[in-house]
Write a protein that binds this ligand. Structure first.
Ligand SMILES: NC(=O)c1ccc[n+]([C@@H]2O[C@H](COP(=O)([O-])OP(=O)(O)OC[C@H]3O[C@@H](n4cnc5c(N)ncnc54)[C@H](O)[C@@H]3O)[C@@H](O)[C@H]2O)c1
Length: 394
């Protein structure tokens, strides 16, 4: 910990991106480098505004990146050029930050896939843990925040070991493939004593056995599934209907998206994970059940862009029926990347302050907030500010 400008600051903090060569991860690396070099403003970063800006968080330029990915191609620098061609980042940016991107590329290790590897699950956990510990010692980091940005997985089949950390350790030690890759990464992070963030709808750390392990190891975690687009709008708009006692009869959503995320979600099994985190919201926000179908369609031509069309049918005084529709056209990685930087800073801060277990105060960032039942955006922001006030300077 070093003194800087009158406030306590952490030293360099590691950010380990699982899915490090994906669109979101590459945008995170490019964006952090651009911010460090003063080439852009921190638009979209919540930690740069309001009470969060007063917290002694690690500075974005003190975040050091590394990660795992299953695929070697495209490399991070090639992916950066693809994103520039698609207009996700300014076309001159990959060239301007090429050295920093190369440095991160040299710290990307082969990812793990329990279905495509001969090694036992515990050997895979050990390998990930060793990679994480080597990253911390090689780079002289105060801690490492592990953030899952890998392709969405199908939901795992339920297993009794998911609820009991001792049973889980035994099952993994005996070679049973009871955890999907996302949860192996979470397990390895906790075993290394590092916080974990799940930005995806995969199982990740959302298993009771891993929650118990996090608390036992004194490590904080947060998740899951970053709230960046259609669901963000729903969580802001839904409370309006509830507060005005306008009865929502149905809330339907259609999402068209391309990119690697869209391609992964074209698999109906993987889409089940995403649909689960996206569909619960109207009921949670309105307080009653309503018809709320959500569809996800992969349209390769859309590349990194997403269009969501929502149709809301509602009822007013004397049973008069009305409709509202909105269209959201977002560049997903540009919406996600600043939130990933926010989460890295906030979770590192929570770890330094000795918080452990689920960080329910960070519900604001997620579609399926772990540890919190609050889905209304404004209320989530109040929770976040209260969490910040509780941890500010104490
Ligand atoms: N962009 C958003 O707004 C947003 C919002 C919420 C959630 N997410 C989630 O973030 C994730 C990343 O999205 P993206 O657009 O970057 O996807 P992407 O397809 O571009 O990147 C995913 C990366 O994960 C890698 N990967 C797959 N399995 C892996 C494993 N077992 N270990 C290590 N790496 C692995 C892939 O090789 C790929 O490089 C997705 O799960 C998506 O649903 C994105």
């Amino acid at each position: 910990v070093v003194e800087e400008g009158g406030s306590l600051r952490t030293g360099r903090v590691g950010v380990w991106l699982v899915g490090a060569r994906g669109s979101v991860a590459t945008t995170v690396v490019l964006g952090a480098a651009a911010l460090a070099m003063g080439l852009c403003r921190p638009v979209g970063m919540v930690t740069e505004t309001g009470p969060l800006a007063r917290l002694p968080l690690p500075r974005t330029r003190d975040l050091i990146f590394g990660g795992h990915d299953l695929s070697r191609e495209p490399s991070l620098s090639k992916k950066a050029c693809i994103l520039a061609e698609e207009g996700v980042v300014p076309c001159a940016l990959p060239g301007a930050v090429a050295d920093k991107v190369e440095e991160v590329e040299s710290r990307i290790r082969p990812g793990v896939d329990p279905h495509g590897d001969q090694r036992s699950p515990m050997e895979l956990v050990d390998r990930v843990r060793e990679d994480l510990l080597a990253f911390r010692s090689d780079m002289g980091l105060s801690t490492v925040v592990v953030i899952n940005l890998a392709s969405t997985e199908p939901p795992p089949d339920p297993h009794p070991a998911h609820s009991d950390p001792d049973l889980l350790a035994r099952a993994l030690g005996d070679g049973y493939p009871v955890l999907p890759a996302s949860s192996l990464y979470a397990y390895a992070a906790l075993e290394a004593g590092f916080p974990f963030v799940d930005f995806t709808p995969s199982a990740g750390i959302a298993l009771p056995a891993l929650d118990a392990l996090a608390r036992k190891r004194g490590v904080p975690y947060a998740g899951r599934d970053g709230k960046t687009g259609e669901t963000l709008v729903k969580s802001a708009l839904g409370p309006m209907f509830a507060a005005r006692n306008l009865r929502v009869r149905s809330w339907s959503g259609v999402n068209l998206l391309g990119g690697g995320d869209g391609a992964a979600l074209a698999d109906p099994e993987r889409a089940r994970s995403k649909l689960r985190t996206k569909s619960a919201l109207p009921e949670e926000v309105l307080g009653y059940k309503t018809e709320s179908p959500v569809h996800i369609e992969y349209v390769r031509d859309m590349g990194e862009w997403k269009t969501a069309w929502d149709h809301i049918s509602f009822e007013g005084f004397l049973g008069i029926r009305m409709r509202m529709q909105f269209i959201w056209e977002g560049c997903d990685s540009a919406l996600a990347a600043p939130l990933v930087l926010d989460l890295a800073r906030l979770v590192a801060h929570a770890h330094r302050r000795g918080e452990s277990g689920v960080l329910d105060g960070l519900a604001f960032f997620f579609k399926d907030p772990l540890g919190a039942s609050e889905h209304r955006l404004e209320h989530q922001y109040q929770l976040l500010c209260r969490w910040a006030a509780g941890s500010d300077g104490a």
